[in-house]
Design a protein around this ligand. Structure first.
Ligand SMILES: [Zn+2]
Length: 175
C-alpha cells in the first residue's frame, strides 16, 4: 500500500480526535508530582501510571541494590549510589516522622502487605494467602472446626506482622 498525504492526514485526525474525545475519559494517575499537582499520565490497571507504581522489577534480586562492577568509574559510582541511598533514607524518615497516626498506620499496613522479594517467592506467598482465605471462607460457611494448621498459619502471619512493625519502615527495596 502506498501511504499518501491523505492517509497521513486521516491518521493525524484520528489521533487528534482520540486526544480530544477519549483521553479525557480515561482514568489518570493521581500520584502527587514534585510540582504539587496530580500526575495525570494515563493510569494502568492498578490506578497508577508506569512511573508511579505501574511497573515492578523482574528477575531474582530486582529489589536489591546492585553494586557497581569493577572498572575505572566504579569507586565514583559506588560513592554516588551510597549518597543517593542515604538521601532517600533521610527523606523517607522525614516523611514518616511528619505523618499523622492514621497515615502512619496506613503506611505500615501497606508495608506489611507489600513485602519486597523475588517474584517467585511473592507469588508463592500470594498463593498461600489466597488458599488460606478460601479455606477460611469454607470453614466460616460450613461452621467447621478450624484446622490446627490454619490456626498456626494465622498466628504465624500475626507474628510476622509484629516483626514487620518492630522492623518499622525500614522494610524497603534496599533491605
Ligand atoms: Zn503517575
Amino acid at each position: 500500500m502506498i501511504v499518501t498525504t491523505r492517509h497521513r492526514m486521516q491518521a493525524r485526525e484520528a489521533l487528534i480526535n482520540w486526544h480530544r474525545k477519549t483521553r479525557p475519559l480515561v482514568p489518570k494517575c493521581g500520584a502527587k508530582t514534585r510540582a504539587g499537582h496530580p500526575c495525570g499520565i494515563i493510569a494502568l490497571k492498578n490506578g497508577r501510571c508506569w512511573r508511579h507504581g505501574g511497573r515492578t522489577g523482574k528477575g531474582y534480586n530486582w529489589h536489591r541494590l546492585r553494586w557497581p562492577k569493577d572498572g575505572p568509574a566504579a569507586e565514583l559510582k559506588l560513592q554516588r549510589k551510597l549518597a543517593v541511598r542515604e538521601k532517600t533514607a533521610k527523606e523517607r524518615a522525614a516523611r514518616i516522622a511528619a505523618m499523622t497516626p492514621e497515615e502512619r498506620e496506613r503506611h505500615e499496613s501497606w508495608q506489611r502487605t507489600h513485602r519486597s522479594g523475588p517474584p517467585a517467592a511473592r507469588a508463592e506467598k500470594r498463593r498461600q494467602r489466597e488458599q488460606n482465605a478460601d479455606i477460611a471462607a469454607v470453614v466460616a460457611k460450613e461452621r467447621l472446626p478450624v484446622p490446627a494448621s490454619i490456626e498456626l498459619q494465622i498466628e504465624i502471619d500475626a507474628l510476622e506482622r509484629r516483626l514487620a512493625a518492630v522492623a518499622g519502615a525500614n522494610i524497603n527495596i534496599f533491605d
